[in-house]
Design a protein around this ligand. Structure first.
Ligand code: NAD
Ligand code: 6OD
Length: 485
């Protein structure tokens, strides 16, 4: 029997008149049907969230919310295997990847914000009043109110909970919309919210697409007090226009075209390994993946040869296949987009070092959405494949001759999400990290995360920072209370 995933509004499971299917990207098979939220469902979710703010949820103390969010993390951990199966079926991620990253980070996101909200400080300033006497200014923080959370498909549970957890920790009621490609773990999360005793309306889940569907209905709704969004920069511009109509705050984590910079004095093996991870992890479907690699000329040829060996050693396949570390693209549409860039690269005159096509399996995986990990060389920085986000397992590698040159080339982009720098000269590592225009810079590592640190991008890669207290700052608003005595 086909599973039907439903919307969760005001503590109730809601079906609507329309459904859409989800597809397993490993073999193109049908995973489940999903009930698409219509305007009426979104209206009900907004009303329920507002009522929760005015009711039981809004009356909880920070310590009580913290305890509930720890119970949500407990619930994810208790149902770990169900979350694992759900995430793997939607995304085709390998079991080791989903077991090590997707599901544990879902629980960890709830735990960290459950802890941080209890340690969230307020500001206080004393001064002398001009006419005598003293004055105490202190800040009092309130939640924004009803917060819309819109998430993408690349790390579904991780990225949805990265926003839901701090928003709820700060006391907001949430309406979450996962990607239409990956609704399964969000649906399980709604079950866990109910089991944990989260009051009705504090967490609502709506399913659907973006334009003329749940995403647009939610982000244009007059009852929303703030929008937090992860996805493409272009979608961000549309959502920002909607938010501008009502002057609502936005937090955006958007696209990137992230540089990896390899100096000749790097630890060579560590740099090859790190750049291979940065380019190919999760099939290049992580916003922090590297699609532009710059290598100092003396080690360029040796580096390209070593990266080629890494790419060719990657194993595409089913999530449970031994050694698999190259999942499919999320959908046929995304596979076609990536392949269109593979053709474009050849059209632009690139040398294809490896890949450039589709692996052949001779079994059901040929119905899935796999592409080959691909490395190009030989293009100038103005080539489209060096400027546009592809979001696939591919990178262009170019030589450079000086530090100033590579900084200028790394910064010559509309994006600014992250960068990685590989050098054993730490003074140079710090210097280049300061000069690169990106919200996140790793020196001698990639995607090494401390959840307390600011996370986000500059330029078209985002607005604002989340992570640790930065998240709590976005999801709450201070009022200054000035007391004269
Ligand atoms: P997307 O922008 O197509 O969709 C993201 C979400 O927005 C989905 O839930 C979608 O249904 C919804 N949406 C689409 N159009 C909408 C509209 N008009 N109104 C409201 N909602 C709308 O992105 P995607 O393809 O799901 O994800 C890949 C993109 O996300 C890449 O660009 C990647 O770089 C980016 N990303 C960024 C980060 C980050 O932290 N900076 C993290 C992950 C992914
Ligand atoms: O690790 C995180 O907190 C995070 N937001 C990762 C984003 C990954 C993008 O695909």
């Amino acid at each position: 029997m086909t599973t039907l995933m439903r919307n969760y509004v005001n503590g109730e499971w809601i079906t609507t008149g329309r459904t859409f299917p989800t597809i397993n990207p490993v073999d193109g098979s049908h995973v489940a049907d999903v009930s698409e939220a219509d305007q009426d469902t979104v209206d009900r979710a907004v009303k329920a969230a507002r009522a929760a703010m005015d009711g039981a949820w809004g009356k909880l103390t920070a310590a009580e919310r913290s305890a509930l969010l720890h119970k949500v993390a407990d619930g994810i951990e208790a149902r770990f295997d169900e979350f694992l199966e759900a995430e793997v079926a939607d995304t085709g991620h390998s079991y080791p990847h989903a077991r090590a990253i997707d599901i544990p980070r879902g629980a960890a996101n709830f735990r960290i914000f459950a802890d941080l909200i209890k340690a969230y400080p307020n500001e206080a300033y004393e001064m002398a009043a001009p006419e005598g006497g003293a004055v105490l200014n202190y800040s009092h923080r309130r939640p924004l109110g009803v917060v819309a959370v819109i998430a993408p498909w690349d790390l579904p549970l991780l990225l949805l909970s990265w926003k839901v957890a701090p928003a709820m920790a700060a006391g907001n009621a949430v309406i979450a919309k996962p990607s239409e490609e990956t609704p399964a773990t969000a649906t399980l999360l709604a079950e866990v919210m109910a089991e944990a005793g989260v009051p009705p309306g504090a967490f609502n889940l709506i399913h659907g697409f973006g334009p003329n569907s749940a995403g647009e209905f939610l982000t244009t709704h007059p009852g929303i007090d703030g929008i937090t969004f992860t996805g493409e920069s272009h979608t961000g511009t549309i959502i920002m226009k909607a938010a501008a109509e009502r002057v609502k705050p936005v937090s955006f984590e958007l696209g990137g075209k992230n540089p990896g910079i390899v100096f000749a004095d790097c630890d060579f093996d560590a740099a090859v390994d790190g750049i291979a991870k940065a380019a190919f992890s999760n099939g290049g479907q992580i916003c922090m993946c590297t699609e532009r690699v710059y290598v100092e000329r003396p080690i360029f040829d040796k580096f390209v040869a070593a990266l080629k060996r890494k790419a060719e050693a990657l194993v595409p396949g089913r999530p449970a296949d031994p050694g698999v570390d190259m999942p499919p693209m999320i959908s046929a549409e995304h596979r076609d987009k990536v392949l269109s860039y593979y053709r474009l690269a050849v059209g632009e005159g690139a040398t294809v070092v490896t890949g450039g096509g589709v692996p052949q399996f001779g079994d059901e995986r040929d119905e899935g959405f796999f592409v080959q990990p691909t490395i190009w060389t030989g293009l100038g920085d103005t080539a489209r494949i060096c400027r546009e986000e592809i979001f696939g397992p591919c990178c262009h590698v170019a030589p450079f001759d000086s530090e100033d040159e590579v900084i200028a080339r790394a910064n010559d982009t509309h994006y600014g999400l992250c960068a990685s720098i590989w050098t054993q000269n730490l003074a140079r590592g710090h210097r280049v990290a300061h000069a690169v225009q990106a919200g996140l810079v790793w020196v001698n590592s990639w995607y090494l995360r401390d959840l307390r640190t600011p996370f986000g991008g500059v330029k078209m890669s985002g607005i604002g920072r989340e992570g640790g207290m930065h998240s709590l700052n976005f999801y709450s608003e201070p009022s200054n209370i000035c007391v004269k005595f």
